[in-house]
Write a protein that binds this ligand. Sequence first.
Ligand code: IPE
Ligand code: IPE
Ligand code: MG
Length: 250
Amino acid sequence: MEYMPKDKTAVPPPTEYLPQHIGIIMDGNGRWAKARGLAREYGHRRGSEVFMDIARYCKKIGIRYLTVYAFSTENWRRPPEEVSGIMDLFREYLREAEEREQENAQKGLRIRYIGEREGLADDILELVDELERGSADKVRTTVNIAINYGGRNEILSACKRLAEQCARGERTPESLTEQDISDNLYTAGQPDPDLIIRPSGEFRLSNFLIWQAAYSEFIYSDILWPDYTEQDFDAALEEYAHRSRRFGGV
Ligand code: IPE
Ligand code: IPE
Ligand code: MG
């Protein structure tokens, strides 16, 4: 759809030009802290606050799905103190989200966890489960938080599940479709991300939604995630609205 809104100065762009699903690689926390002479954990803390602001903003403007990359399956390679600091932030966030569950549900906000359960502490898994038990009647915005998430691992798990079905004789390999893979990912039932935003000056996916991103638009910027603002987000939405998506057609 060519970008032709009645009011070209509208910020953010009108709903019909907004992406349904946005993925964000929340990167640059460490560099943000370093630039201020602070420990990396301060960057992660500020980054989690920015996440909460942007998630609220997404709900306000009617973005239906937001998926944020918070911790990858590869991030375990970091020093143990940094990893445990990040895990504590998740605990804090999940507890707070659980306390606000009622309020969020009324406002149509649903929070989901996506990622590999193995490797996460039991108390974090319990918090995630509690949060997922609650459900909003009319979900306006779903926020997927990717913790211990890896795209290759996600695809491998889907393949294993389908292979088991074949081994049990419930399916034949010939009958398998791309949709079967999509249906066995954490994001099953959700549209693929229309837009993936990566701040912090890196130009890569780092194993984020690699199956789902087949036709996503990408927007990169030099801003470090803890500095990211609603205005930066609006600018990305504006840029997205001008993109011409062809999906292989003309
Ligand atoms: C993203 O920020 C947060 C996580 C990966 C957990 P980084 O910690 O990667 O920040 P930089 O890239 O080192 O600046
Ligand atoms: C990607 O950032 C993961 C998250 C933002 C959670 P990284 O900082 O881990 O990615 P690389 O190492 O620069 O590719
Ligand atoms: Mg990084």
